[in-house]
Design a protein around this ligand. Structure first.
Ligand SMILES: [Zn+2]
Ligand SMILES: [Zn+2]
Length: 358
């Protein structure tokens, strides 16, 4: 079958091959025929080594499709079911799951070190234990979450990562107060979802910050009240908050430099939400005086910062009611054969989300 493979960490192009096989099917597993997958920034971060990932590997973790085979002992899904791929399945047993923080369950990461593909040249890993830039993938049954019939595959794929991450950051982690001021730094799919979440929560001002003009324009359509380039953040802070800083700032880039800017853009006593996925050797510097004296809350948000399955259901309900716009987030669509064009659309920032139709 066809799949897009990265041969070595650090390469910037994927090779679409037709000699790949999805392996590992057995008890507790399901095989999914992937129909749509979004290109998330974390895929690129895994390709260039910012996020740890063994190679060769098949990127993609934001996908949806149909179940084509169900292993022994699997209940809750059957052949033909439409599902989205959850890259962080909850085991339901560990202390984090029992506390209701399934976004912190580590069980799914145990699979990331086991190859779930192979080709004549040897084993191939799937990104984060999934790997959706492929026609078929074998995953733990917990990674396959049934979706209602009215949710198209492309929308379901988005909910599988970017939308859940961004909406959850605003709704679960920050719990944005009505009437508050918000800045969102980084306006790709996740940042746009955070903007939609802040709007839903009743934020009075939502300032979108992004270097790419088309993304700034998009942010205004999704609920931002103003959109500025990064070099204009300080000016926006002065104008909008009287220099005090925003009640909430979302860092959706995953770099210490933007996190530092975000910290300085947050008001004393305000909340900085770290949403971007960054590197292990990129350290954020804070001095002990400011940390204590300014009483700014730093809240990291992993995969929406709440129960993942509940977050999916909430996103579907909000989408169905027309309270969030997910269709317009998909600005580009390409077949798997044009995956490298999709990567370029992400790197240049012209795409909010590119959907790869398989
Ligand atoms: Zn993602
Ligand atoms: Zn668990």
């Amino acid at each position: 079958m066809r799949a897009a493979v990265l041969h070595e960490i650090g390469q910037d192009k994927l090779e679409v091959l037709d000699d790949v096989e999805a392996v590992g099917f057995g008890p507790g597993k399901v095989k999914i025929r992937v129909r749509a997958t979004g290109l998330c920034h974390s895929d690129v971060s895994a390709m260039n080594g910012i996020l740890p990932q063994p190679a060769p590997f098949i990127p993609g973790h934001e996908g949806a499709g149909e179940i084509v085979d169900v292993g022994d002992g699997v209940s809750g899904v059957s052949r033909g079911d439409r599902v989205l791929v959850c890259w962080l399945p909850a085991c339901g047993q560990c202390p984090a799951c029992k506390r209701g923080q399934s976004q912190l369950c580590l069980a799914g990461f145990m699979n990331a070190g086991t190859p779930n593909f192979k080709r004549p040249g040897g084993d191939v890993f799937g990104f984060a234990g999934t790997g959706t830039f492929t026609e078929e993938v074998v995953v733990d049954a917990g990674c396959a979450v049934p979706i209602p019939d009215d949710v198209p595959f492309d929308i379901a794929a988005l909910i599988g990562c970017g939308v859940t991450t961004g909406l959850g950051a605003a709704i679960n982690t920050a719990d944005v107060k009505a009437g508050s001021s918000v800045a969102v730094i980084g306006c790709g799919g996740v940042g746009i979802s955070a903007i939609q979440g802040a709007r839903l929560k009743g934020a009075a001002q939502i300032v979108a910050v992004d270097p790419v003009q088309s993304r700034r324009e998009a942010a205004l359509r999704f609920g931002a009240t103003e959109a500025v380039a990064p070099d204009a953040i300080e000016d926006a802070k002065q104008r909008i908050t009287g220099g005090e800083g925003f009640d909430y700032v979302f860092e959706v880039v995953g770099k210490s430099a933007t996190a530092r800017t975000a910290y300085e853009t947050t008001r004393r006593g305000g909340t900085l939400v770290i949403v971007g996925a960054g590197a292990m050797d990129d350290n954020l510097r804070l001095n002990m005086f400011e940390l204590f004296f300014d009483e700014k809350k730093i809240l990291p948000s992993m995969y929406g910062g709440g129960d993942v399955l509940q977050s999916y259901e909430r996103a579907i309900a909000l989408w169905r009611a027309g309270r969030i716009d997910l269709e317009s987030m998909i600005t580009h669509r390409v077949p798997l054969s044009e995956i490298n064009e999709a990567l370029d659309q992400m790197r240049t920032g012209v795409a909010l989300r590119t959907c790869i139709e398989i």
